[in-house]
Design a protein around this ligand. Structure first.
Ligand SMILES: Cc1cc2nc3c(=O)[nH]c(=O)nc-3n(C[C@H](O)[C@H](O)[C@H](O)COP(=O)(O)O)c2cc1C
Ligand code: SF4
Length: 420
């Protein structure tokens, strides 16, 4: 491992270091002069385990442990870099693929070498034209330079959709099937692409792998906390002055992330933390929170894939919740009864409350319990978390609606399709 001199180990940005000001990608020459040559993958899994890196695709599983499981499989494995990013309020993976594709490709090649794979698929939403072009160009640069010996990196455009990025759905697409999750077991790490053990890792996770391989676990741990080390990318949108993708150390005070995004525009009523599988946090509680799973858990939230939306007081939270619930119901892959019927019923219940009644809250809460854990994938669980938190955080708004009133404006604020 080459240990580069990094002036201040805790300094940020890390993944976004040295990006050209004109918004273009960090080309291969600049990438190599900034981050150093492509390192060896020897000992990488141990380095990752020591670093404490967890997956940045939403579930937060320890990366080193997943690589170790795939390495110990009996067949030659395959690697999948998950850049599907179907979440409408998340753009961090697209930003990374567009601006720093070589970090992702380094990470994919290193992970492949570490687990003994000869093939790595980089999956990108097929509508994401700029990201596809950026990765394609980066792959050309690497081929011309004869990097990635022993590993074939392939770019694969995948269908758009909220559940496409679920790992078994992605495997299905790579196997020539539909973008629908599969019943497990087997999980991809046991049997995935072409029946081979498959390491599915979010593209941001792989970008961190590329830096940890060069700079080591102590460097990674210089940012963040002992239990939740490192930095992460956050997509901040809604009522802020500069919506965008920002890198922050875990443990950063929440208001400091909002300050990076130019601060809250006007008055906020709540923040949606963790995207459409996430939870609402009352704006009054944000002051004392930090970007840590343990801290957010105290208000029933989690970081997920780092998407944060600031809801302005002028928008009716209940109306937004009903729209997102309908979107999640429509995005169901349509194969499990509790997901298909349950999510449609939850959306219908919220829409009924928006219209002013009848009061179906008791029945809706019972449905939440019945739907949770009943799908082949975790799509219904995410939707249940979102609806439960909507009923809790917008309880006053529900009361108002049941009395024929509303405190805000209605209409699309939270996007329910591609917005970039
Ligand atoms: C409905 C659904 C959608 C998902 N979409 C994505 C996605 O777009 N990108 C992603 O990296 N992970 C997504 N995931 C999580 C993946 O299944 C998987 O956990 C992840 O890619 C593993 O990578 P990581 O450990 O590096 O986070 C999704 C999960 C679910 C249940
Ligand atoms: S739980 Fe829903 S999204 Fe997941 S596989 Fe079943 S129907 Fe599809």
């Amino acid at each position: 491992m080459s240990a580069l001199a990094w002036p201040d180990a805790a300094a940020l940005p890390r993944l976004f270091a040295g990006l050209p000001r004109d918004g273009s990608q960090l080309g291969l020459d600049r990438h190599l002069s900034l981050h150093g040559p492509q390192p060896s993958a020897a000992g990488l899994i141990e380095l990752l385990e020591a670093s404490g890196l967890t997956g940045r695709g939403g579930a937060g599983f320890p990366a080193g442990r997943k690589l170790a499981a795939v390495r110990s499989a009996r067949r030659r494995p395959v690697v999948v870099a998950n850049g599907a990013e179907g979440e409408p309020v998340s753009f961090k993976d697209k930003a990374l693929l567009r601006r720093a594709p070589h970090l992702v490709l380094d990470g994919a090649a290193l992970a492949a070498a570490a687990v003994g794979a000869r093939e790595a698929f980089v999956t990108v939403d097929r509508r994401a034209r700029e990201e596809l072009e950026s990765v394609s160009y980066a792959l050309e640069e690497r081929r011309a330079r004869r990097l990635d010996k022993g590993v074939r990196l392939r770019l694969v455009p995948v269908p758009a959709g909220f559940v496409t990025g679920e790992e078994t759905a992605l495997v299905s697409v790579l196997n020539g099937g539909a973008a629908k999750p599969a019943f497990t077991p087997p999980r991809p790490y046991e049997r995935g692409v072409g029946g081979a053990p498959t390491l599915v890792q979010n593209v941001e996770t792989l970008a961190h792998v590329a830096l940890i391989a060069r700079l080591g676990p102590d460097w990674f741990r210089a940012a963040g906390t002992a239990d939740e080390p490192g930095s992460a990318l956050f997509t901040v949108s809604g009522a802020v002055h500069r919506p965008g993708v920002y890198e922050a150390a875990l443990g950063t005070p929440f208001p400091a992330l909002l300050a990076q995004a130019g601060g809250v525009r006007g008055e906020a009523s709540a923040l949606l933390v963790g995207g459409y599988f996430g939870s609402w946090v009352d704006a009054r509680h944000v002051e004392g929170l930090s970007l840590l799973g343990s801290d957010l858990a105290t208000v029933g939230a989690s970081l997920g894939a780092g998407a944060v939306v600031v809801l302005p007081r002028a928008a009716c939270g209940l109306d937004q919740a009903a729209r997102v619930a309908r979107y999640l119901a429509d995005e169901s892959a349509g194969q499990c009864g509790p997901c298909v019927h349950g999510l449609a019923a939850l959306a219908g219940a919220l829409e009924g409350l928006v219209r002013g009644g009848p009061d179906t809250r008791g029945r809706t809460v019972r449905w939440l319990e019945q739907i949770h854990g009943r799908g082949a994938c975790r799509h219904p669980d995410g939707a249940v978390r979102f609806v439960r938190s909507s009923l809790e955080v917008f309880a006053d708004e529900v009361e108002l609606h049941l009395h024929g009133r509303c405190s805000g404006r209605r209409g699309e604020f939270l996007p329910t399709g591609r917005v970039a």
